[in-house]
Structure formats: C-alpha cells, structure tokens
Design a protein around this ligand. Sequence first.
Ligand SMILES: Cc1cc2nc3c(=O)[nH]c(=O)nc-3n(C[C@H](O)[C@H](O)[C@H](O)COP(=O)(O)OP(=O)(O)OC[C@H]3O[C@@H](n4cnc5c(N)ncnc54)[C@H](O)[C@@H]3O)c2cc1C
Length: 263
Amino acid sequence: MKRRQLLQASFALGCAPSVLSRAWAANLPAKAQVVVIGGGYGGATAAKYVRLFSDHKINVLLIEPNAQFISCPMSNLVIGGSKSLADLTTSYDALSSKHGVTVVRDKATAIDPQKKTVTLQNGGSISYDKLVLSPGVDMVFDSIEGLQAANASGQVLQAWKAGPETLALRKQLEAMPDGGVYALTVPEAPYRCPPGPYERASQVAHYFKQAKPKSKVLILDANPDVTSKAGLFKKFWSDNYKDIIEYRPHRQQPLVWHPLSNL
Ligand SMILES: Cc1cc2nc3c(=O)[nH]c(=O)nc-3n(C[C@H](O)[C@H](O)[C@H](O)COP(=O)(O)OP(=O)(O)OC[C@H]3O[C@@H](n4cnc5c(N)ncnc54)[C@H](O)[C@@H]3O)c2cc1C
C-alpha cells in the first residue's frame, strides 16, 4: 500500500497514521479532539507533538493505566546494578502542565470506530475525532506451557517490561550464590529490541565479574547468531567475559518450561 493510500485508509477509520506530522495536525479542525491510547514512548510522544504542532489548539487526551512511565531502554542497567528504577521513571505531569495534554488514568477496553468512542475499564467512554493507538506489545505467556505459572510464582522473571520484575530479577541475582548460572533465552527474530537480550547478558556478566566471579551467564539463542551488533557483542564478551558468558546459538525455544538441568 502506498503511503498516500495508507493515510487515506487511516483517516477513513478515524485512526491517526503511525507517523504524525505538522501537516497532519494542521489539517484537523481547531476544536478537534485527539485521543491517544497508551502512554509509552510512542503514545506520549504523539500526544505531545499533536499539541505542539497544533499550537496547543487541539484537545489531546492520553489514556494510560499507569501513574508513571518507566523506560524499557536502559532498564538492563538496573539489572546490572548501575542504575536504579527511579532513574528511569518519569511522571506524566509535564505532559499535562507543560503541554496541556489531559492524562486519563484508565485502560481502554473497546473502540467503536463508527461512533468514534473509546470505552474505559473504569466506566464511561470518550469521544474522538482522531485516534492514535499505541498500546505496545505484551507477553504471550501461554505460548510456552508452564511459563505463566513459573512467572506468577516469581521463579522465572521476564523483566522485559521495565518495572517490578526488573527489580525482582536484580534481587534474584544478588541472592544467587557465587557459582550459579543465569540462563536467558532469545526468541527467533524479529522480536522487540534486537540487542536487548545480549545487552542484558553483558550487564549481568558485568555484575558477576565484580561480585560473583564463579557464576555464569548462559545465552540460549533460537537464532543462528547474535541478531544485533554481533561483531561488537562477541568481541566484547571474548575480551571481558570469556569465562562468564557462554553463548549457544540454534537453541530451540522451549515448548514446555523445564528445569535448567534438562536444557
Ligand atoms: C530491555 C529493553 C531495552 C530497550 N532498549 C531500547 C533502546 O535502547 N532503544 C530503543 O529505541 N528501543 C529500545 N527498546 C524498545 C522500546 O522499549 C520499545 O520499542 C518501546 O518502548 C515501544 O514503545 P511503545 O510506546 O510502542 O510501547 P510501550 O512502551 O509498551 O507502551 C505502551 C503503553 O500502552 C499502555 N497500554 C497498553 N494497553 C493499554 C490499554 N488498553 N489502554 C491504555 N493504555 C494501554 C501500557 O501501559 C504502556 O504504557 C528496549 C526494550 C527493552 C525491553
């Protein structure tokens, strides 16, 4: 589909195109209302720039269930011990006070494109002229048998959504005896943030080297090779963490969650 057709299709649905521009905002009537679902990097940036590009004339409502934004980028540094979660946490206050975005702390549960309304979990609905959908991605725990239960019990932490699990994983690593193994799996590409798992392995190895030098990081990669910046990562590991990081490519991802000894 050509860009122009994509834009036309998006407008016909009442949805905003994924790339916002000054021209897009300028084409909306002054009293228009734009609703943004999701206050991550995508949605919060969209909300701010619709306000800026319209000289603060267009009403923008941002629907986001969390009180604060926690950045996924840099969250591996919390696991490695060189940043705190507070360093990565920002409130939505500046979006309201500086840019006039109305932040609605709620979750969107349904969209009616005909009536142009969004239903909220806590009741009520909000009308829109244009809608920006930016809810991100979520974990699909039931794709691996047993993973949901292992995660719920705190046994297997994903920590790919920065927040409480990031801290919990850091605490697990701190509690791990020296000589232990931290194993992480890398799914087949494409997946969100290609360097993320290798970055995490490096951060954990950095911590182990200082605090638990007999410990190991085991990377079980479903891909044939490191999927991002392979040369850089592999050189860095061999120069700095030769005895700590073990990299195994071509590893089938588990269909059932099982103990480390069976891997
Ligand atoms: C460890 C790690 C490191 C990373 N490092 C980098 C990096 O260095 N550089 C980089 O560019 N990218 C990096 N990424 C990727 C980056 O984090 C994502 O691409 C980015 O966060 C996606 O932003 P988003 O706004 O689309 O989604 P998200 O950040 O997931 O935000 C979605 C928001 O929508 C909200 N939401 C969901 N459902 C609803 C609903 N029904 N109603 C209302 N709100 C809802 C959620 O609460 C959330 O706040 C990294 C990712 C990870 C995990």
